[in-house]
Design a protein. Structure first.
Length: 288
């Protein structure tokens, strides 16, 4: 559990530093070029700071769980505060944005240090595993290559591999699509759509493999597969309509639309995080 908290503290630092960089970029360049693309990074980085609140009530004590919720909500306040301010929906001086960021960063640090002190008094094993050591990881790969690993371990390896490939494709589909519409323009956007359909077909295939390698129940496999794919396609459609139809060839970004689109990716990210945790848990237990 302490390992998870240390990882959370690291990603919390990354979140706030990234947030300060975003404010500085928008102040210097406005919502154009690199600043426009950087605008979405806080929504991605905050997804890596949910590890503590995802533990069940049985694993965390009541006080620690409440602190973990306060810790996450503090980052959410910063996220939405800057969203409205930097997109010019609310006029707030940039110096105030830095001040708010510093205040909530100190709140996060205090809360996480408090959680660390409380956890130090709890003699509890990390039931979800944690990171594999280099030796454990090498043993795992050797077992997998030599077909000595158990069926459960083999499935966890396959699911994590498929997850990695599908994550790369999501990045390509989102960032590559936005950039490609600007490069090809209105007349040649059919080329972009053709390539998108090709990558999307590959992504759907890998997602089906990923989910089937993780879940055992056939009904659950179908439900998760349909849910994740539909929500991701809806999110992509919003982005492509904005940048391939409404604002194609322009430097304008509809930030609310993009934020709404990214929200549709959350079920997929949630599934991927569950697969990642299961991978560490399965292979950590194998080496105990």
């Amino acid at each position: 559990m302490n390992r998870k908290l240390n990882i959370l503290m690291f990603y919390n630092t990354v979140f706030h530093i990234n947030n300060f960089i975003l404010i500085l970029l928008v102040y210097l360049f406005g919502l154009n070029s690199i600043a426009a693309l950087w605008f979405f990074t806080p929504f991605i980085s905050i997804l890596f700071t949910t590890s503590m609140i995802e533990n069940s009530k049985k694993i965390l004590s009541g006080t620690v769980r409440k602190l973990s919720i306060i810790d996450f909500l503090s980052r959410c306040v910063v996220l939405f505060f800057n969203f409205f301010a930097l997109s010019n929906l609310v006029h707030i001086p940039y110096i105030y944005l830095f001040g708010v960021g510093i205040i909530f960063m100190m709140i996060n640090i205090y809360v996480e240090v408090r959680m660390k002190k409380l956890l130090s008094h709890i003699q509890q094993k990390d039931v979800e595993g944690g990171s594999l050591t280099k030796e454990e990881f090498n043993d795992l790969i050797d077992d997998y290559v030599n077909d000595k690993s158990s069926s459960e371990t083999s499935k966890s390896v396959r699911s994590i591999v498929y997850m990695g490939y599908s994550n790369v494709l999501i990045i390509v589909l989102v960032i590559g699509g936005i950039i490609s519409f600007d490069l090809f323009g209105v007349k040649n956007r059919w080329i972009v759509l053709l390539i998108v359909f090709l990558f999307l077909a590959i992504y759907l295939y890998l997602t089906a493999k990923k989910i089937r390698s993780y879940y055992n129940d056939e009904k659950r496999i179908k439900a998760i597969n349909i849910r994740d794919n539909i929500t991701l396609v809806v999110g992509l459609s919003i982005i492509y309509i904005l940048h391939g139809v409404v604002y194609i060839g322009e430097s304008t970004f509809n930030f609310f639309g993009i934020f709404l689109a990214c929200a549709f990716f959350l079920p997929t990210f949630k599934t991927n995080q569950a697969i990642r945790s299961n991978f560490y848990k399965t292979n950590k237990n194998k080496h105990k």
